[in-house]
Write a protein that binds this ligand. Structure first.
Ligand code: SF4
Length: 64
């Protein structure tokens, strides 16, 4: 599964970074980086919780 971010919505508050720092990171300019192109299926529930916790609803899970 892939995680997608709508950068028009993201306000770089780092909630996702705090929940899964190996998947999300803020760069020096406070731009969100998604570090993994393909997040392990075993982490789907965890990723669902991260997506649901984003205060801007900027994140989504993409199945391809
Ligand atoms: S939790 Fe949402 S708004 Fe905050 S940095 Fe992550 S994607 Fe952006």
């Amino acid at each position: 599964m892939r995680i997608s971010c709508d950068y028009d919505l993201c306000e770089s508050n780092a909630v996702c970074v705090g929940m899964a720092p190996d998947v999300f990171e803020l760069d020096d300019d406070d731009n969100l980086l998604i570090l993994q192109d393909d997040v392990d299926e075993a982490r789907r529930e965890e990723m669902r919780q991260v997506v649901a916790s984003c205060p801007r609803s900027a994140l989504s899970i993409v199945d391809e």
